[in-house]
Design a protein around this ligand. Structure first.
Ligand SMILES: Nc1ncnc2c1ncn2[C@@H]1O[C@H](COP(=O)(O)OP(=O)(O)O)[C@@H](O)[C@H]1O
Ligand SMILES: [Mg+2]
Length: 285
């Protein structure tokens, strides 16, 4: 086990890196990455004894009392879940009564919200991202976790590759701050998340389950393709969404299913994956 004590300064944090307990000192706080309801996220550089092992990481710092409780729950859920290719990795954490620090792998490509602000994504690009969402949501739901805040801002781009059909974006979902455990067959009832992403049953104050995450994937798919949300605030699904008629039929079908107002008719994540497998036999994009 590699273990090294850092100088005792207020900047010293004891972090738990996978199985190795190492004590590290933030070397410098450099760039601001983002800010959400819980706190700020910055790039920190941790210096190691061997400079070649210096590491840039993303550190989410939470200082508000209410958010600290939430951040601890987030850490618990990250630990329970373990790793997935499309879920950001929590590499370490620290907390005391005044703050929590979550040390995450650094995803350098920015978030999807910033990307879509610059331009809409074409059907190939959107479909590639949709399939990654299906994989990570399947991972969450099969582990009994409801995310409740899936949105473009919480989707990080890890790499981009230009192809003849556009850019292939590899993504990772972050921010389990509103995630909760939900046993099979159980329902939750508290309103949370981001209003333009509220599923109709949640917006109406009804009990809801994992289908709210499926709705959010539908909102993201629509927004990537159109550069705008499918529903206006407070008008969730009351007026039907209008999609671009030039979209390939399979994407229109996905939108119709994912944004089904009645949660009982909206597919589960298993059914979403089955739809994809069925479509693979009849590819349009
Ligand atoms: N690991 C990371 N790498 C790069 N940027 C990140 C990372 N984690 C978060 N961010 C950026 O910081 C923002 C806020 O982080 P998030 O975990 O969503 O916090 P909050 O719970 O406050 O919304 C994200 O929208 C994203 O832009
Ligand atoms: Mg967030």
């Amino acid at each position: 086990m590699s273990s090294r004590r850092a100088p005792t300064t207020s900047n010293t944090y004891r972090l738990f890196y996978s199985t190795n307990k190492i004590v590290i000192t933030p070397d410098e706080k450099t760039n601001w990455l983002g800010e959400g309801s819980q706190g700020t996220v910055e790039i920190w550089t941790f210096k190691n004894r061997d400079p070649l092992q210096d590491e840039k990481v993303a550190v989410k710092m939470t200082k508000k009392r209410r958010s600290i409780r939430q951040a601890k729950k987030e850490i618990d859920i990250f630990n329970k879940l373990g790793e997935h290719k499309h879920l950001v990795k929590l590499k370490g954490y620290y907390w005391n009564s005044n703050c929590t620090l979550q040390v995450m792998e650094l995803c350098c490509g920015g978030d999807l919200f910033e990307m879509v602000k610059k331009r809409t994504l074409n059907p190939h690009e959107s479909l590639h991202i949709l399939l990654q969402f299906f994989l990570v949501v399947e991972f969450l739901h099969s582990n009994g976790i409801l995310h409740r805040d899936l949105k473009l801002e919480n989707t990080l781009i890890t790499s981009k590759a230009r192809t003849s059909q556009g850019v292939t974006f590899e993504i990772k979902v972050c921010d389990l701050g509103l995630a909760t455990e939900l046993k099979e067959g159980a329902f939750a009832s508290n309103l949370c998340g981001t209003p333009v992403y509220y599923a109709p049953e949640m917006a109406q104050g009804l009990a809801y389950d994992t289908k709210v995450d499926i709705w959010c994937v539908g909102v993201m798919l629509f927004t990537m393709l159109h550069g705008d949300y499918p529903f206006e605030l407070d008008n969730t699904a009351r007026t039907p969404f209008v999609c671009n008629q030039s979209l390939p039929n399979n994407l229109k079908d996905y939108l119709d299913c994912l944004l089904m107002a009645d949660p009982a008719r909206r597919p589960t994540i298993g059914q979403c994956r089955a739809m994809v497998n069925h479509q693979k036999g009849h590819p349009e994009v």
